[in-house]
Design a protein around this ligand. Sequence first.
Ligand code: FE2
Length: 162
Amino acid sequence: MKISDSMREAINEQIKAEFDSAYIYLAMSAYFKSSGLDGMAHWMKKQYKEEVEHAEKFIDYLYERGERVIIPDIAKPKESYSDALEVFKTAYAHEQYVTSRIYKLVDLAVSEKDYATQSMLKWFVDEQMEEEDNTGSIVAKFELLGNDKHSVYMIDRELASR
Ligand SMILES: [Fe+2]
């Protein structure tokens, strides 16, 4: 069964959103690197790579359905932040936004009775739960330890092991 035009377009838009996410995290990694926070820079670079993998998953899905993929422009990400906590708060809010995008894709797939796309999206629904937990728990760590130099140093060391 062929995928609908609206579903194909929505997935192409999500491919762009995943690359935009990758770039946002790569810019966060560069910000951390320039701030001497190598552990956080490492964590964000891994996150960047995961987002590229997400984009590739959607690309491969469209190929599998015999569809044309449009490789998108990537938006220029924000370059600097006031501190590490602001970065992780932004990342957490961004993941919540991505979850809402994935849910909209599920809504569309359900309304179109597109069972194959629903099945593919299940992986992303689960993944988003994990992504929100990952970023949210780092914000929670700041809330627990405080946002002073010592806490930032400790969290930086912990994130180096991702
Ligand atoms: Fe993603």
